[in-house]
Design a protein around this ligand. Structure first.
Ligand code: AGP
Length: 623
C-alpha cells in the first residue's frame, strides 16, 4: 500500500539533513508497505521540482543522481501501490497541477474521480496519467486559484469536500515554501513533531529516524505543517486536535537485527512478541486486568455471541480463538472474513461482541465490516498491533498486541501475538462470566507464560527445518493437514508458502481428506501434517495418525509436526519436527513456528525477496 512522507524544515536543521534526505529515508522505512514506483517533489527557488520512477526506490535514487534536485527544506515523497492505472513512471506520484506550481501525493481511492475528471476536461484541463490522484491534484489547483484565493489549506478543504472515497493527500505549492498541507479520510496519516521541523507519514516509520513525538490525526482532518508549527482543522473548517503520543519503537527495532531478512528477524522476535503481549495483563493471583478494554464489564458479561472479523493471517488467528473461547467461555464464536461479512446482511445486535483482528489496523475490508457492525448496534473490540491506527480508534475497545513493528509483508510475529491476545480475551470473559475457576485461569496463564521459552527452543533447532526446506526448493505443490486448532495452523502454513515462495499450497482439515482432497495425493506429494498432542483429546491424535497413513499409502511424502515424546508418529513420517509439550489449545503458538521457518527458508533458497513478495502489500487499505 502507498507510503507517504512529508517534511517542512528550517535552514538551521538543513546542515544535518535537507528535505530530500528526510523523504528518501522515510520512504525506505515505508518500503515494507509494498510498492511499485516512487517519487518526490521539493519546493526550491520558487518552483516545484519533482522526480519519479517506476520500480524500487533505487531507480528513483539513480534518476536523482543523474538529474540532481536543488537543495530544499520542504517536500513530499511517495511509494505507490497501483490502483488506478498500472505501475509506470507516468502514473507514479507526485502529480503536478496548476501549471506545475503544485504537487500532490495520495494513498487510497477516490471513488468519484471519473465524474470530476470529466468536468475538469470540459474546462480544458489536460491529464498526463490514468490516476485518480492527478484528478485530485487538478481539483486542488482549481480551488487554489479560484475560490481559495491562494490559501493552500482552504483550497485543500474545498477540494476534499468534493471527493468521495478513501484518501490521504499531501500537497506542496511553489508559492508556499515551508508549508505542507495534508488531509485524511479513511486512510492513515500521522504527524511527527520535531525541533524546527515537522513531518508527516503514513505511519511513524516514515519519520522514526528524526523524532519520537507523534500526533494521531482524526478522521476527516486537515493538517498544515511549517517548520515551526502545525495546525489541524476538520473538513468543516473548524479547529480540531489530534492525540499526541510518543513512539516507543526505536529505529533499531525496525531494522533486521543481523538477520538476512525482516521476516527471519520477526520469526525470531516471537518469544518477545508473546511475552510482551502477556505483560502486565494479570496479577500474581492470575486475575486478568484488561484496563484498556473500555467496555462495561457488566455488558461484556452479557454478550451472547462473538463474531471475529479479519482477513488473511489475522483471520486464522481468529479461527484459533474460536476453539479457545468456545471451550473456556461457552459463548458461540463465529469467524468471518471481513469482506464476506459486510455484504451478506449478517445478524448482529447489542449482545454481539465483534472482535476485529488486524496487525495494521488499517485493512479497509475489516474497517468497513467493523463500521457496519457498529451501525447494527454491536459492541466492537479491536485486537491490533498498530497504536493509533484507524480500526482501534473507531472501535469501542482495544486490546493491543505488543509485537512491535512488523515489516515483512508476510505476517509472523503479529500472528502469534494476535493468538495470545485472543487467549487473554477468552480468559477475561471466562473470569467475568464465571465459566472458569480462578485457579484454572491461573494455570492457563502459567502455561502461556512458558510459551516464549518453548518458542525459543524451536528457534534454537531451526536448522532441522531449514535443511528440509532447502532440500524441497524444487517442490511445485505442498499440502498441509490439521485437525481442531491444528487446522488453522495448516491454513497458515499454506498461506506462508504461497505468499513468499510462490508455490501451490493448500491447507485442509484432515477430516475433509476423504471428501475430495485425497485425490490430489500422488507419488512424492509433500504433505505437512500438524499432529495434536497424544495427551490431549482421546481420539484426536489417533484420527490424525490415521490420516497420515491414508496419504502415505497413496505415495505422499509425509512431513510431521508433533509433540515431543510422540514416538508413534515416527514410523509413518519421512520427517518429524518435535515441538515442546503444551496444552492442546495453546499448541498453535508452537506448531506454527516451524512452518514459518520452512516457508522463509524455501523462498530464500529460491532466491526470492521474502520481505516484499510480488503482488502483495503489507497493509491492504483498499477494498
Ligand atoms: C499475512 O501474511 C498477509 N500478508 C495478510 O494475509 C494479512 O494478514 C491480511 O492482509 C490482514 O492484514 P491486517 O492484519 O493488517 O489486517
Amino acid at each position: 500500500m502507498c507510503g507517504i512522507v512529508g517534511y517542512a524544515g528550517t535552514s538551521s536543521r538543513s546542515a544535518e539533513h535537507g528535505a530530500l534526505d528526510v523523504l528518501i529515508e522515510g520512504l525506505r522505512r515505508l518500503e515494507y508497505r509494498g510498492y511499485d514506483s516512487a517519487g518526490v517533489a521539493v519546493v526550491a527557488d520558487g518552483a516545484i521540482h519533482s522526480r519519479k520512477k517506476a520500480g524500487k526506490l533505487v531507480n528513483l535514487e539513480n534518476q536523482i543522481a543523474e538529474a540532481p534536485l536543488p537543495d530544499s527544506l520542504t517536500g513530499i515523497g511517495h511509494t505507490r501501490w497501483a490502483t488506478h492505472g498500472g505501475p509506470s513512471d507516468q502514473n507514479a506520484h507526485p502529480h503536478l497541477a496548476d501549471g506545475g506550481k503544485l504537487a500532490m501525493i495520495h494513498n487510497g481511492i477516490i471513488e468519484n474521480f471519473a465524474e470530476i475528471k470529466a468536468t475538469l476536461v470540459a474546462e480544458g484541463v489536460e491529464f498526463l496519467s490514468d490516476t485518480d490522484t492527478e484528478v485530485a491534484a487538478a481539483l486542488l489547483g482549481k480551488m487554489y486559484s479560484s475560490e481559495a484565493e491562494g490559501d493552500l489549506t482552504r483550497a485543500m478543504q474545498l477540494a476534499v469536500n468534493k471527493l468521495e472515497g478513501a484518501f490521504t493527500l499531501l500537497a506542496v505549492h511553489q508559492d508556499h515554501p515551508g508549508v505542507v498541507v495534508a488531509a485524511r479520510r479513511n486512510s492513515p496519516l500521522v504527524l511527527g513533531l520535531g525541533e524546527g521541523e515537522n513531518f508527516l507519514g503514513s505511519d511513524v516509520s516514515g519519520f522514526i529516524d528524526f523524532t519520537r513525538r507523534a500526533v494521531e490525526l482524526g478522521q476527516d482532518q486537515i493538517v498544515t505543517i511549517t517548520p515551526e508549527s502545525h495546525s489541524i482543522i476538520g473538513f468543516d473548517g473548524e479547529p480540531a486536535e489530534g492525540r499526541e503520543f510518543s513512539v516507543d519503537w526505536d529505529a533499531a527495532s525496525a531494522e533486521k537485527g543481523g538477520f538476512p531478512s525482516f521476516m527471519e528477524k520477526e520469526i525470531h522476535d516471537q518469544p518477545a512478541a508473546v511475552a510482551d503481549t502477556l505483560l502486565g495483563r494479570s496479577d500474581a493471583e492470575g486475575k486478568l486486568t484488561l484496563d484498556e478494554l473500555r467496555i462495561d464489564p457488566e455488558k461484556l458479561a452479557k454478550i451472547t455471541k462473538i463474531v471475529v472479523l479479519a482477513c488473511g493471517t489475522s483471520a486464522y488467528a481468529g479461527s484459533v480463538a474460536k476453539y479457545a473461547i468456545e471451550s473456556w467461555c461457552r459463548i458461540p464464536v463465529e469467524v468471518e472474513l471481513s469482506h464476506e461479512f459486510r455484504y451478506r446482511e449478517p445478524i448482529v445486535d447489542k449482545n454481539t461482541l465483534i472482535v476485529s483482528i488486524s496487525q495494521s489496523g488499517e485493512t479497509m475490508d475489516t474497517l468497513m465490516a467493523v463500521r457496519y457492525a457498529k451501525e447494527q448496534g454491536a459492541k466492537t473490540l479491536s485486537i491490533c498491533n498498530t497504536n493509533g491506527s484507524t480500526i482501534p480508534r473507531e472501535s469501542d475497545a482495544v486490546l493491543y498486541t505488543h509485537a512491535g513493528p512488523e515489516i515483512a509483508v508476510a505476517s509472523t510475529k503479529a500472528f502469534l501475538a494476535q493468538i495470545t491476545a485472543t487467549y487473554l480475551l477468552g480468559l477475561y470473559l471466562a473470569q467475568l462470566r464465571g465459566n472458569l475457576f480462578s485457579g484454572q485461569i491461573k494455570d492457563i496463564l502459567a502455561d502461556l507464560g512458558k510459551i516464549p521459552s518453548k518458542i525459543q527452543d524451536i528457534l534454537d533447532r531451526d536448522n532441522e527445518i531449514k535443511d528440509l526446506a532447502r532440500s524441497m526448493a524444487d517442490a511445485s505443490s505442498v499440502l498441509f493437514l490439521g485437525r481442531h486448532v491444528g487446522y488453522p495452523v495448516a491454513m497458515e502454513g499454506a498461506l506462508k508458502l504461497k505468499e513468499i515462495a510462490y508455490i501451490h499450497a493448500e491447507g485442509f482439515a484432515a477430516g475433509e481428506l476423504k471428501h475430495g482432497p485425497i485425490a490430489l495425493i500422488d507419488d512424492g506429494q509433500p504433505v505437512f501434517v500438524v499432529v495434536p498432542s497424544p495427551r490431549g483429546r482421546d481420539s484426536l491424535h489417533s484420527k490424525v495418525v490415521s490420516n497420515i497413513q491414508e496419504v502415505r499409502a497413496r505415495g505422499a511424502n509425509t512431513l510431521v509436526i508433533a509433540e515431543e515424546g510422540d514416538v508413534d508418529v515416527r514410523e509413518y513420517a519421512e520427517f518429524v519436527f518435535y515441538v515442546p509439550e503444551t496444552p492442546t489449545l495453546l499448541m498453535p503458538l508452537l506448531a506454527t513456528v516451524p512452518l514459518q521457518i520452512f516457508a522463509c527458508e524455501l523462498a530464500t533458497a529460491k532466491g526470492y525477496d521474502v520481505d516484499q513478495p510480488r503482488n502483495l502489500a503489507k497493509s491492504v487499505t483498499v477494498e
